[in-house]
Design a binder for this molecule. Structure first.
Ligand code: FEO
Length: 403
């Protein structure tokens, strides 16, 4: 049965939720599911903004049919070709053969590659183009590499509505409330929003900054992303998060201690270090065993804090497997602009610290606090004192007034 929501006059939510999916993009656990948003506008022309993943396509087609209520579908605006939004494209065209596809040139090429679509019923738009659909105008904003090259936003100036593709999206299915002001977003969605941003869009901070500059020139009253809640209140708060994230600035002053430990000795060192940081007055402190917590969560937490500590045992004359995976993932997402410290362990030839610092050395604007603490198998009296001293240095640095 259809399940639609009127978002504002003439605009309807026609997407759906998937809570059975284990891994989004075969990579990211989504224990709270994910929503695939699609929107249908009824003006003098009818306009569908994107389709949905196959997982929710049955409901989607029921929703579209219900909202159209016998009207024909005039336009399909394709903002993004990733299949979580385009997978129902071919079936939509079968069902509504008269629809005109509105998209950019790059997306048109991708439609041919994904679906063999070479139809003539296409309006190719570019930055600044406008299309009147009756009382409203669709103005198109190019958002390349946020996070694919073809990405397009649509802005409706008459009502200040922005269709923002993946930008401002989040993991987490919608639980009844469709608007961010109907849910406790900070409590229930922010961690997933941060994890979504950094894992999926985070590599492209410069491009996000470019699009935020364009958005700053628009009067925005309603933001309709392709995942997660719709924003109609307090969007400036979320926009500020995006600004911070895309500038690679820490969101919070505090520290995340990440460790990998085979038999517990490196964990013991990490715990001693964390205790020293806490005893020196830092309350914003997190600890993660990188072999246990999913790397997508580790990545988001590393981006969240001003300070990070990496503690790894030496393994195969290098970094422990899960820590190396994590560090390489950070590098791949342009991690930068943080303070860090390193602890290494090795029973006969400690090497992990040097290798970790060599990877960190490839990242921009990383500043080490203190010196690497090297353990030989287990913490002893000497390394205990070094860990406590490093903990104090880290705490003092965190508490230092931010320049
Ligand atoms: Fe939600 Fe980039 O697809």
């Amino acid at each position: 049965m259809h399940n639609t929501v009127e978002i504002c006059k003439d605009l309807y939510y026609v997407g759906g939720n998937d809570r059975r999916i284990a891994l989004f993009e075969s990579a990211f656990p989504v224990p709270r599911g994910v929503s695939y948003n699609s929107y249908l506008l009824l003006d003098e022309k009818t306009v569908l903004f994107d389709t949905v993943d196959v997982a929710v396509s049955e409901l989607f087609f029921e929703n579209v049919e219900h909202v159209l209520n016998g009207r024909k579908l005039d336009y399909l605006v394709v903002h993004h070709l990733e299949p979580d939004h385009s997978a129902s494209f071919a079936r939509l065209l079968e069902k509504y053969p008269g629809v005109t596809v509105v998209t950019c040139q790059k997306a048109r090429m991708m439609l041919a590659n994904f679906f063999g679509f070479r139809g003539e019923n296409v309006i190719v738009v570019k930055e600044g183009d406008a299309l009147s659909v009756g009382k409203r105008t669709l103005k198109f904003v190019s958002a390349p590499m946020v996070h694919w090259p073809e990405v397009l936003f649509t802005y409706i100036p008459e009502e200040g509505i922005l269709f923002s593709a993946d930008a401002f999206g989040t993991f987490g299915a919608l639980a009844g409330g469709i608007f961010a002001d109907e849910v406790n977003f900070e409590r229930d969605f922010l961690d997933d929003a941060r994890r979504y941003y950094f894992n999926i869009v985070g590599k492209y901070g410069v491009q996000v900054q470019n699009v935020l500059k364009k958005a700053a020139g628009l009067e925005i009253k309603l933001v309709c992303p392709l995942h997660g809640p719709v924003w109609r209140e307090n969007f400036a708060w979320y926009l500020q998060k995006y600004d911070t994230w895309s500038k690679y600035q820490p969101e919070e002053r505090g520290v995340a201690v990440f460790y990998s430990s085979v038999y517990g000795h490196t964990q013991n060192a990490a715990e001693i270090l964390a205790a020293a940081i806490a005893q020196n007055g830092v309350t914003n402190l997190k600890m993660y065993d990188v072999s246990v917590t999913h790397v997508s969560e580790l990545l988001a937490e590393a981006f969240r804090y001003s300070h990070v500590v990496f503690c790894s045992t030496t393994y195969n004359n290098g970094i422990f497997i899960s820590m190396e995976h994590f560090l390489r993932d950070l590098g791949a997402h342009a991690y930068q602009n943080r303070k860090y410290a390193v602890v290494e362990n090795g029973s006969w030839a400690p090497q992990a610290g040097g290798y970790m610092k060599s990877l960190i050395g490839e990242w921009k604007n990383m500043t080490e606090v203190g010196e690497t603490v090297t353990l030989l198998s287990a913490v002893n009296e000497e390394t205990l004192e070094k860990l406590k001293a490093l903990g104090k240095e880290i705490a003092d640095d965190i508490k230092m007034k931010k320049e």
